[in-house]
Design a binder for this molecule. Structure first.
Ligand code: ADP
Ligand code: MG
Length: 470
């Protein structure tokens, strides 16, 4: 009588049980479903690619022993890996793998003509890197806000995959220059090391390609392609949150690339520790290399970025206009880019002179939607920059004089320039009560009476804030 697959698998499990602890048994062997036995080959179904790899890495000898005992010396094991558990429209997709040591591959029933273990060699010259050549280190302005990230980027560009900055994870808010910086790294490597395959993808590209591959049963090709890349840049990785299957695939690609000394660079809108909707093992990988943040640019950096951009377009921008813009556009650099482009348009096509009036007009039209009123944030930021104190410290509880005075000044301007009640102003400064705010207002007015330097500082700040309000 020919034994069925369940009986054979149960025999195997008896042997496995003797060698692995109960916890490991429950984690790695219980979820396995025996599918069929054909001749000497037992096919088992495992829940994911990762699962398959884990078994292969950790239990191959035990499995070999078990299968030989159950099926004889020619016995082989084959895996059927669930790559997507499917839904009502798409049935489950599985990919079959032979056991790395004792198995032999079978077709997966969908796509007979690819082999998971054959890599089609890519030509570095013809692979579309999806890089935008206009992003370079040269036109990336360095400032305190991005120094660490930029230096790490330069190091990686010199020696991709060799430094300990692998993966390099850059994070920061909108428009702080993440995409610019990672593209600059890619461009640098591509031009200095033409033999390297560089690939920039945003999460959208990656997800779309993955889903296409999934539906067309081309997962192996998808994977093979990615595994040949020397530098993989994945931009805005936070959007993979909650996409389990895509994460699974990325995890696999990431591991393989990392193991073979290939460089991986990622960007995200927050540090890995705050990323939600990610598998823990993926997050822990993100932290293996270097995590560096990009802050919002300070005034000087913004100014330099404005000048750099206008120069690149051959346009002279008067200092007062540049300063006005650096103060006024406080949302993000992408908005700044919009404003500058509009100025360039006015200057080149309409042949208008770029002066403060034109800048204000442009700003009114573009920025109106993004910033209506002068905000507490803007006041706090401007004041902290002006006094060169740490923004968070200024908003916090510290009692040092060099922080307390800027804090009081910021409260003073919040009272003057916003509609907020005293209590709400207090809320915005570490949850202080309204009497603290009253005290702050009084102190500022007193100091202005007695200290003329202080008075002119406050007036100057007032002008900067007002400029924004026109
Ligand atoms: P992110 O990807 O962080 O949202 P981007 O890289 O798209 O931001 O940057 C937004 C715009 O600001 C781009 O046009 C970029 O070139 C410009 N930019 C950002 N940081 C810098 C910088 N340090 N030097 C020059 N341009 C910058
Ligand atoms: Mg970006």
């Amino acid at each position: 009588m020919v034994a069925d697959c369940t009986t054979i698998w149960n025999d195997c499990l008896e042997i496995v049980k003797e060698s692995v602890g109960e916890e490991n048994y429950n984690t790695w062997f219980k979820p396995i479903v025996p599918l069929r036995v054909e001749g000497d080959v037992l096919t088992i179904q495992v829940p994911s690619q990762f699962f398959y790899e884990w078994l292969e890495d950790n239990y191959v000898n035990i499995l070999k022993k078990a299968i030989h005992k159950a099926l004889g010396d020619d016995g082989r094991l084959e895996y059927s890996v669930i790559v997507d558990s499917g839904n009502t429209k798409v049935p489950p997709v599985t990919v079959n793998y032979p056991n790395g040591v004792i198995g032999k591959r079978n077709g997966n029933g969908h796509d007979g003509d690819y082999s998971p273990f054959t890599l089609r060699a890519l030509n570095p010259q013809t692979v579309n890197s999806r890089l935008n050549p206009s992003y370079s280190f040269d036109n990336f302005v360095e400032g305190d806000c991005n120094r660490l990230a930029r230096s790490a980027g330069v190091a990686v560009a010199k020696k991709p995959g060799v430094t300990s900055f692998n993966p390099l994870m850059l994070y920061g808010g909108v428009g702080v220059g993440k995409t610019h910086l990672v593209q600059a790294i890619g461009n640098e490597i591509k031009s200095n090391m033409p033999e390297k395959i560089v690939l920039y993808v945003d999460q959208n590209d990656f997800t779309t390609q993955f889903l296409n591959a999934l539906q067309n049963h081309k997962l192996q090709e998808f994977q093979n392609f990615y595994l040949q890349v020397d530098l993989l840049i994945l931009d805005d990785v936070q959007f993979l949150a909650g996409r389990e299957k895509t994460q699974e695939m990325f995890f696999h690609i990431f591991n393989q690339l990392h193991q073979s000394g290939k460089q991986v660079i990622m960007t995200s809108d927050c540090p890995p520790r705050d990323m939600k909707g990610f598998q823990e093992r993926l997050l822990s990988r993100f932290k293996w290399g270097l995590t560096a943040d990009l802050q919002e640019p300070d005034f000087e950096t913004k100014l330099a970025i404005i000048h750099r951009k206008m120069q690149a377009d051959g346009i002279d921008i008067p200092t007062e206009v540049a300063e006005y813009l650096a103060y006024s556009v406080d949302t993000n650099l992408r908005d700044m880019e919009g404003v500058l482009n509009s100025l360039i348009f006015h200057a080149t096509l309409l042949k208008k002179e770029i002066d403060l009036d034109l800048a204000k007009e442009v700003l009114k039209n573009i920025i109106k939607e993004i910033q209506s009123d002068v905000s507490v944030d803007f006041i706090q930021k401007t004041v902290s920059e002006y006094f060169k104190v740490d923004l968070e410290a200024m908003k916090g509880k510290g009692k040092k004089r060099e922080i307390v005075i800027p804090r009081q000044v910021a409260m003073y301007f919040c009272k003057r320039y916003t509609q907020l009640t005293l209590a709400l102003i207090g809320e915005n400064f570490g949850g202080r009560d309204h009497s603290t705010v009253i005290h702050a207002l009084e102190s500022v007015e007193d100091m202005m009476k007695t200290d003329s330097n202080f008075k002119s500082s406050v007036e100057e700040l007032g002008k900067k804030l007002k400029m924004r309000m026109n």
